[in-house]
Design a protein around this ligand. Structure first.
Ligand SMILES: [Zn+2]
Ligand SMILES: [Zn+2]
Length: 131
């Protein structure tokens, strides 16, 4: 029973991070979790965040004001960026998941995240250049 409750809380925290779109702080997560789990402790939030980070589900960001923010590692976005007009198009999935797994196996690294953007000229800018 205790285990089930913990699992539910874990899933709820993860879902909140994923739904946050960008990054979310532990305090924000705590406020949101309280509505669903009134008895949840801040320490539970922190413990889960640490666990998620260790397993590579989320990445931690240190803000300049000293606060921590967390964002989902698996559901990050990659973009095609047009150098002509600045348009950004999000890729529908991550082309690096397999690369991460292979590298992790080969090097023993616990990989917690990556970033990748592709630059080029969008179709609109291409046709503008032809005119
Ligand atoms: Zn463009
Ligand atoms: Zn990726």
């Amino acid at each position: 029973m205790e285990k089930l409750k913990t699992t539910k809380q874990r899933q709820a925290i993860l879902a909140l991070i994923e739904r946050s779109g960008g990054a979310v702080s532990a305090e924000e997560l705590y406020e949101k979790m309280k509505s669903e789990f009134p008895k949840i402790a801040v320490s539970t939030i922190y413990r889960n965040l640490e666990r998620f980070e260790e397993t590579g589900l989320i990445v931690r960001e240190n803000l300049s004001d000293g606060r921590l923010r967390f964002s989902p590692a698996a559901h990050h976005e990659h973009y095609l960026i047009c150098t002509g007009c600045g348009r950004k198009i999000a890729l529908s999935d991550c082309p690096l998941e397999e690369v991460e797994k292979t590298l992790s196996r080969q090097t023993g690294f616990l990989i917690s995240g990556h970033s990748l953007s592709l630059y080029g000229i969008c179709p609109q800018c291409q046709s503008r250049q032809k005119q």
